[in-house]
Design a protein around this ligand. Structure first.
Ligand code: CP
Length: 374
């Protein structure tokens, strides 16, 4: 693996999930792969989970790790060609990238959307320069448009909590009579084949919901979550006896927040949040600003005063119409904006195991990149 950006970069999702469980079983078994190899993690933006989990994953693999916070201690970087550099930026990315690459074997980069130009953000102008000029494998630690390490961890978490139990939509072949039983041990992360536990043709309903936020946030997390859910629904080895899709993936948001078709093609959009939540097995909440799909001039904007949108905050009211859904969020989360205290603290909340799985998704990706070096 030379680039980790899209779901297609990880290949077969069933194999990737099985590999994630193998990592969980013994995360230190590949220390030989990382010996005398260095991961450089470059942050243009803040991070808690990505920084710690990726560093831990690299150390699990026996790698050395260098973390660079570009905006704290490094020279301010110019990213545009042709600029007369008479301002506060002392170094150009075009020199900085090959220099940084000379000190490492694999590069991870976090660089959020800047909201200055939709074209620049959606063309991944910064990350593509790292791919082009570093000569190293590059993995995206949240870029302008994608957050694949998060989406992979989300998929691992969903697979681990796949309901094998009786449910209103379950069939006679249900494996457990206890609703919501977690099946997380061994290699059980793979969803059951043949629709086990859900009846012939049964599907799992996963809902991605927009939620209010006071600031303009990028679309990277919902873009990747949608991309990975759609790929999972098309490729994972399950589905009913009738061969139906295993995942009914629904996106709900106020009008104007339509995500870019390159990520959500094939997904169902339901503008009525309560209707979308009906019968959901997993609820994934996230705020995002206007993606500029239907209104290019509004790209990166918050379309409504958040005070008027608080009924989109995920609470017991919405969760009551679900199929006792698990709650998910990538974190950090603003409580009582995105989700109420009781929901995030409730027994169906997966936010902590989801964050813990960031170490696993990062380790699978780094392991594959190391294997491609050796
Ligand atoms: N979910 C996530 O990427 O968290 P951080 O921004 O803290 O890295």
């Amino acid at each position: 693996m030379k680039i980790f950006q899209h779901v297609t970069d990880i290949g077969d999702l069933g194999k990737a999930l099985a590999e994630a469980q193998e990592v969980k079983r013994d995360r230190f078994q590949w220390q030989h792969l990382g010996r005398n190899k260095t991961a450089l993690l470059i942050f243009f933006n803040n991070s808690l989970r990505t920084r710690l989990s990726t560093q831990k994953a690299a150390m699990n693999l026996g790698m050395n790790v260098i973390v660079l916070d570009v905006n704290q201690g490094a020279w301010k970087l110019e990213t545009e060609r042709g600029v007369i550099m008479d301002g506060d930026k002392s170094e150009h990315l075009l020199e900085a990238i090959p220099v940084m690459a000379s000190y490492c074997d694999i590069i991870g980069v976090r660089s959020f959307a800047r909201f200055e130009s939709r074209e620049d953000d959606y063309e991944e102008k910064i990350l593509n320069q790292f791919i082009r000029y570093s000569g190293r494998p590059v993995f995206f630690m949240e870029s302008a448009t994608v957050h694949p390490l998060q989406a992979f961890a989300d998929l691992i978490t969903i697979a681990e909590n796949w309901p094998l139990s009786n449910s209103p939509r379950g069939g006679e072949d249900s494996l457990s009579s206890e609703k919501g039983t977690k099946k997380t041990s061994g290699n059980e992360a793979l969803p059951p084949t043949g629709g086990a536990g859900r009846g012939a043709g049964a599907t799992l309903k996963v809902v991605l919901t927009w939620a209010p936020h006071p600031k303009a946030l990028p679309q990277a997390v919902p873009n990747s979550f949608a991309e990975w859910m759609i790929a999972a629904s098309q490729s994972l080895p399950l589905g009913g006896v009738g061969g139906g899709s295993p995942i009914d993936f629904v996106i709900t948001h106020p009008e104007g927040y339509e995500l870019d078709p390159q990520f959500v093609k094939g997904a169902r959009v339901e503008y009525d949040q309560m209707k979308a939540f009906e019968g959901a097995d997993f609820v994934y909440a996230k705020n995002w600003s206007c993606p500029g799909v239907t209104r290019p001039e509004d790209y990166g904007k918050v379309l409504h005063d958040y005070h008027t949108m608080m009924d989109w905050c995920v609470s017991a009211r919405q969760m009551a119409v679900t199929n006792d859904a698990h709650f998910m969020h990538c974190l950090p989360v603003r409580r009582n904006m995105i989700v109420t205290d009781d929901v995030i603290e409730g027994p169906r909340s997966l936010v902590i195991p989801e964050a813990a799985n960031r170490e696993i998704s990062a380790q699978v990706v780094l392991k594959r990149m190391l294997e491609s070096l050796n």
